[in-house]
Design a protein around this ligand. Structure first.
Ligand code: AMP
Ligand code: GLY
Length: 418
């Protein structure tokens, strides 16, 4: 089968790496891909939002499955365009992807389906949100309704900061509608399930690290590292969460006439009263995927094709090795605000540990030198029998890689080690 994978991040390099291991694969095309995916498949210089061009390529190359990585092409209707052209696609339609692209849509769906989530109030005007906050006399988590590339949530400490957050988020198009949400506390876990519209197979839960600096300090980022499986959840907990959260969400979407085929990602917070959903994403997590896929001992392509409707979604499609994996993200100087590009990356070629995988994200070849070309540059994943071993391998590899201004967290997985 020819496969067209959409995206260019570390998540897509990890997906390409795993898809290419399938006995079903013929040619793997990646649009636009990165220097890492170029080592595995054929990169095509087409942007992720060039929908008609991507569909034409899929038709011309007789692609049997399109796999969509990032949220923007999902929200823009790439899956709809593939389905219209009768091309099987792993990734939801724009309607179903609203579970990520509109936090108000997701909140209403969760309430309708009885899914445990933080209580929230939805406002179409910033002034009404501000009046509500003043009247309540307390701080609220402020969320922009629309896609905001990881910059749509502010967790203020005071009424004044909440009012500032309303002003900041409502200044962007994504914040034309706002949510004010009760603040919850507890460890956060990412649970991702592969869905065919009706049924779902859970992946091992993962722990992301969203803040830029050690000790959860600094600004929010797309994710500075992740490990799996997350120790907070047993497999019995995952079974419960599938029944309380993932399947009710899928069934509510189906009832609403928007069946969800793709990776459904629940961002959970484990409060003392139980798990609550903070957000849904309509895709694989980045960098969670770089820590989850190395634990998969099974055929990812067969599983994604089954989700897209070419087969049965049976439990034995996915087996897990029982190992642990940890991914440390190496980010560019200036990330997350204004990452610097063009710094020369050295040391990757000296890493020969078979239990280490280097996933490219923002990298580019320039005059035969590998250089930085984005905010998150590389994801270094270590695999081991235990999380401790996985972390030791990942950090030993990180020590060999360098580029000017390289930023990374030294404490990925540290809380789990205490
Ligand atoms: P989200 O994009 O909705 O997952 O929010 C980004 C981050 O903001 C989350 O990973 C949490 O750390 C934090 N956050 C979001 N909602 C809440 C909430 N209701 N209470 C506490 N923290 C939150
Ligand atoms: N790592 C968080 C996300 O993919 O949204």
């Amino acid at each position: 089968m020819n496969v067209l994978l959409i995206g260019s991040g570390g998540r897509e390099h990890a997906l390409a790496w795993k898809l290419a291991q399938s006995p079903l694969i013929d040619t793997l095309f990646v649009a636009p891909g990165n220097p890492g995916t170029a080592q595995i498949g054929r990169n095509l210089p087409v942007e992720v939002l060039a929908i008609s061009q991507l569909v034409e390529i899929a038709q011309h190359e007789r692609v049997g499955l399109v796999v969509i990585g990032p949220e923007a092409p999902l929200a823009a209707g790439l899956a709809d365009a593939c389905l219209k052209a009768n091309i099987p696609v792993f990734g939801p339609t724009a309607a179903a992807a609203q579970i990520e692209s509109s936090k108000a849509f997701a909140k209403r769906l969760m309430i309708e389906a009885g899914i445990p989530t933080a209580k929230a109030h939805i406002f179409d005007k910033p002034d009404s949100a501000a009046d509500f906050v003043r009247a309540s006399g307390c701080a609220w988590v402020v969320k922009a309704d629309g896609l905001a590339a990881g910059k749509g949530v502010i967790v203020p400490e005071s009424v004044g900061d909440t009012l500032d957050a309303i002003r900041t988020l409502s200044a962007n198009a994504s914040g034309a509608r706002l949510l004010l949400e009760e603040r919850l506390s507890g460890p956060e876990v990412s649970l991702i399930a592969l869905c065919n519209g009706e049924h779902a197979l859970p992946l091992p839960p993962a722990q992301d690290h969203k803040r830029l600096r050690d000790g959860d300090a600094g600004p929010n980022t797309g994710g500075m590292g992740a490990y799996a499986p997350a120790p907070h959840l047993t497999s019995a907990d995952v079974t419960d969460l599938m029944a309380q959260i993932m399947l009710p969400a899928l069934h509510a979407l189906k009832r609403a006439g928007m069946p969800f085929c793709g990776a459904l990602y629940a961002g959970l917070i484990l409060t003392e009263h139980g798990a609550r959903v903070l957000e849904f994403n309509a895709r694989f997590g980045d960098p969670e995927t770089q820590a989850i896929l190395p634990l998969l001992d099974g055929d990812l392509l067969a599983t994604l094709a089954a989700c897209a409707g070419n087969g049965v979604l049976s439990d034995d499609l996915l087996r897990w090795t029982g190992d642990a994996a940890a991914c440390v993200v190496l980010a560019a100087e200036g990330y997350p605000d204004t990452p610097r590009r063009g710094d020369v990356i050295s040391g990757i070629e000296s890493i020969d540990d078979p239990n280490v995988l280097i996933f490219h994200a923002g990298t580019a070849w320039k005059n035969n030198l590998l250089t930085t070309a984005g905010g998150r540059v590389l994801g270094v994943t270590g695999i081991g029998a235990t999380l401790r071993e996985a972390l030791m391998r990942a950090y030993a590899a990180v020590d060999r890689i360098s580029f000017p201004g390289m930023q990374y967290r030294h404490d990925i997985g540290a809380k789990a080690m205490q």
